[in-house]
Ligand binder design. Structure first.
Ligand SMILES: Nc1nc2c(ncn2[C@@H]2O[C@H](COP(=O)(O)OP(=O)(O)OP(=O)(O)O)[C@@H](O)[C@H]2O)c(=O)[nH]1
Length: 347
């Protein structure tokens, strides 16, 4: 196989590989690993690295985010970086957007500034850098380096190197998309402030949970929680302190309840807990335990420890009870708990 055929076969494999779904929450070193390793072999170069411009308007720092000299998970704690003030001509070339084809990196005007800082010490003779774009602008560079001997990069090699930069573009775009999807999923299912499930998801999940439990003849209980005198916490310590209490309560509930208990923020200072496979007495006991948890685990706001209590009503689900009826019953029980002195669980 001549060089052209080798590049053709490899570029096809790499394009296919780059289109695969990968874990975009992993570092670039991990999700670009296979593409960079394959390219290393195809171009027969000494090293490939991926560098990204920081997002400030000056784009004055270029940070190395992947390098074939590192192991797949062996990423330095402090990433190497280059600054525009040290290498202005190199940064200008990146902003221009054309590949930097430096057969002799020691004399090429775009890479000459590297000569004494690292080309000579690392014995690098030739460089080929291709630009990573996003929305039409350069955002980084893939750097192919040849050690020991000078090398004339041919046209096919440059096209191949550009393809690798395009694979980076593709993966960064997919990563952006994946992050956006994660954010949307969070908005749909979770409460922004406390991180527990939100009210919208309660109504979405509850029908399915009920039908599953009815089909399997398993008990299912729902606890409705309302904080006592919450207004006075806001009024005394401020709204932010109230928010701390809501967040703290969610954490305490996650610690005190079982994994299969689902916690929802239903409204301002109202929470709902769905106890799966649990009858009303067991659910009531769990809520009483949670009440003592709330008493012992302090929520700090500044240098103050905030105390609060809650009242709750617990309803056990059965076939004939609709979710509307459950909420109505829980409301009545909560009203009773409040009327009879608060800090109580009625069932
Ligand atoms: N900090 C904060 N406060 C909230 C939030 N949502 C609702 N609240 C407050 O919760 C308080 C609820 O007050 P009330 O409905 O009078 O209830 P309460 O003071 O707990 O009184 P009882 O239910 O009778 O014990 C109001 O002051 C709301 O402003 C929130 O997201 N953050």
């Amino acid at each position: 196989m001549d060089n052209y055929d080798k590049i053709l076969v490899s570029s096809n494999l790499i394009r296919r590989h780059a289109s695969m779904k990968v874990d975009y929450s992993a570092p670039v070193q991990v999700f670009m690993w296979q593409v960079l390793q394959d390219s290393l072999e195809t171009l027969d170069v000494s090293r490939i690295s991926v560098w990204l411009l920081n997002s400030d308007p000056e784009k004055s720092i270029l940070e190395c985010v992947a390098n074939t000299d590192w192991g797949v998970n062996d990423i330095p704690k402090d990433l190497p970086y280059l600054t525009k003030s040290d290498y202005p001509r190199y940064f200008e070339a990146i902003e221009f957007g054309a590949p930097i084809i430096a057969d002799n990196a020691h004399t090429d005007h775009r890479t000459i500034d590297f000569t004494y800082t690292y080309l000579k010490t690392e014995n690098i003779k030739s460089m080929l850098d291709t630009i990573i774009f996003s929305e039409g602008s350069p955002i980084g560079v893939v750097c192919f380096e040849q050690k020991a001997n000078f090398r004339e990069w041919n046209k096919d090699e440059v096209y191949f190197a550009e393809l690798i930069a395009d694979c980076c573009t593709y993966r960064f775009m997919a990563q952006k998309q994946a992050k956006l999807e994660d954010k949307l999923v969070n908005l749909v299912f979770y409460d922004d402030l406390t991180g527990v499930y939100n009210r919208r998801y309660f109504f979405d999940a509850i029908e399915r949970t009920i039908s599953l439990h009815v089909r399997k003849s398993l008990p299912l209980a729902i606890g409705f929680i309302d904080f006592d005198n919450f207004k006075s916490i806001n009024d005394t310590y401020g709204h932010q302190a109230g928010d701390e209490v809501l967040k703290g309560f969610s954490k305490i509930a996650q610690t005190f309840l079982r994994r299969e208990d689902l916690i929802f923020r239903f409204g301002g200072e109202e929470f709902v807990i769905v106890f799966q496979g649990v009858n009303v007495i067991e659910a009531k006991n769990a809520l009483v335990r949670l009440q003592s948890g709330v008493k012992t685990m302090l929520i700090n706001h500044g240098n103050k420890a905030l105390n609060f209590t809650f009242s709750a009503g617990v309803v056990e689900l059965h076939k004939k009870l609709s979710i509307k009826d459950v909420i109505k019953q829980a409301d009545k029980l909560l009203y009773k708990a409040k009327k009879e002195g608060k800090n109580r669980v009625e069932y």
